[in-house]
Write a protein that binds this ligand. Structure first.
Ligand code: NAD
Ligand code: SAH
Length: 414
């Protein structure tokens, strides 16, 4: 039986799902195909992804293919209770509510795993981790999994390297049609959506510090520039730092940046990027937030000890009064600002990411027993298929090579 906050919220969640459905043409097509072929008939899928409307639509798409869905979120703050209610009202097994405690969160992950899934769809690796630690007896049922995000894939590779991973997991994040669009343009837009709607302050003219110039950091910096900010990048990788420099951004150490930044966004997947080495250097009124996987990029535990007191400055913003009498502000408890303080990436972006998820889940099923217990790349054919479908759905056509061009490109003679 589902464990959600309030089933009476279902109509509001249903409106949100219907809104995104209009803007997810790939999932619509894939859902139509699944409905005809029913590839997941008799298959149980446990899914732990940010439980908002786009994810709900992925769940329904998999269910159209015959899957028995067992659904939870991957972050208590990004779960939207009305969306969870809409799924449960439609008969799906849902275990999640907004602002669940850590214990309740684990209870929800456990509940979807106790359904004995054949496929696990993870975002950040919490399901896989639980299966490999406390619920190992359920592993024999699992054909394989799919992982949505960078940090999850990094953790899976670490498990694979020490021989711990017991079933194949598709690295959805590493598909071109995922990280080139989702991490860059999706995070680029939704991070500013989260910051802007939460602070209601202007970005133009501010010094924005972006920590990490990977796929997410590139998008966040690009959009900050578009808003008229002066953008400063911090990095640990010399190549990425040079890239940021050539893209026209200032590159500083965090120690230098801390003194001049107005808004800080971390997107590194690392920890302690802004910590007690920096808190005392920050300007009065500095705003900190995180777009990376976990709430350790801004060292929240240290900040709690460092600050003299704290107060709610505005919904989802805590003001920390520091001993040097300055106040700094943290959005959404240092958790992913675009999801814990917004609706996450736009529908058109999640359409691509979730098309890869749906086709990768089908791939796991089609190759049941044939894939090694390892991190598996999304097949090129799926990546290409998603790109072709997205182009067509966008009404765009591209050129095709002539036979002469194909020959020219593959020959070594002049
Ligand atoms: P990436 O590997 O492309 O980029 C991370 C960058 O951070 C790298 O360039 C690395 O050199 C840099 N870095 C690492 N430690 C650093 C430090 N201490 N200081 C400064 N720079 C540092 O990864 P990505 O795809 O950009 O993902 C970044 C994080 O965001 C991951 O945790 C990922 O799971 C998460 N993510 C979040 C969203 C979202 O919706 N908020 C979307 C996609 C990914
Ligand atoms: N478990 C982590 C999750 C990392 S979130 C946590 O503690 O919160 C990063 C992932 O969120 C990205 O890879 C992106 O694909 C996904 N995402 C972004 N917007 C989303 C949305 N609107 N719905 C579902 N997932 C989303």
């Amino acid at each position: 039986m589902s464990d959600i906050r309030d089933i009476s919220l279902a109509p509001s969640g249903e409106r949100k799902i219907q809104w995104v459905a209009r803007n997810m043409p790939l999932l619509n097509q894939i859902g139509d195909e699944f409905e005809k072929t029913r590839p997941f008939e008799g298959v149980k899928i446990a899914l732990s992804v940010h439980l908002e409307a786009k994810t709900a639509y992925l769940c329904r798409t998999l269910a159209r293919g015959g899957a028995e869905m067992h659904v939870t979120g991957c972050n208590q703050l990004s779960t939207q209770d009305d969306v969870a209610a809409a799924l449960a009202a439609g008969g799906m097994d849902v275990h999640a509510y907004h602002a669940a405690t850590g214990e309740e969160y684990v209870k929800h992950l456990t509940a979807v795993l106790e359904a004995a899934p054949n496929i696990v769809v993870d975002d950040g690796g919490d399901l896989v981790n639980l299966l490999h630690t406390k619920l190992t007896h359920l592993i024999p049922n699992v054909y394989g999994g799919c992982e949505e995000t960078t940090t999850g894939v990094i953790r899976l590779r670490a498990m694979s390297a020490d021989g711990t991973l017991k079933f194949p997991v598709i690295a959805v994040n590493d598909a071109k049609c995922k990280h080139l669009f989702d991490n860059r343009y999706g995070t680029g837009q939704s991070v500013w959506d989260g910051i802007n709607r939460t602070t209601n302050l202007i970005v133009a003219g501010k010094n924005v510090v972006v920590a990490g110039y990977g796929w997410c950091g590139k998008g966040i910096s690009m959009r900050a520039k578009g808003f008229g900010a002066r953008v400063i990048v911090t990095e640990i990788d010399p190549v990425k730092a040079l890239e940021a420099m050539m893209d026209g951004f200032d590159v500083l150490t965090m120690e230098e940046a801390a003194k001049v930044g107005d808004v800080f966004v971390t997107a590194t997947g690392c920890r302690d990027v802004i910590d007690s080495r920096h808190f005392g250097l920050l300007k009065d009124g500095a705003i900190l937030c995180n777009a990376g996987h976990f709430n350790v990029e801004v060292a929240m535990d240290e900040l709690e000890g460092y600050a003299v007191s704290k107060y709610e400055a505005r919904q989802n913003i805590i003001g920390y009064i520091l001993n040097n009498v300055r106040t700094i502000f943290v959005i959404a408890e240092g958790r992913l600002v675009n999801l814990a303080s917004g609706d996450g990436h736009p529908a058109e972006i999640m359409d691509m990411s979730f098309a890869i998820q749906a086709l990768s889940a089908q791939y796991v099923l089609q190759n049941r027993g044939k894939l090694a217990p390892d991190v598996i790349n999304v097949p090129e054919a799926i990546d290409g298929e998603v790109a072709r479908r997205k182009l067509a759905a966008s009404g765009l056509r591209i050129d095709a090579l002539t036979p002469e061009q194909t020959k020219y490109l593959s020959s070594w003679a002049v």
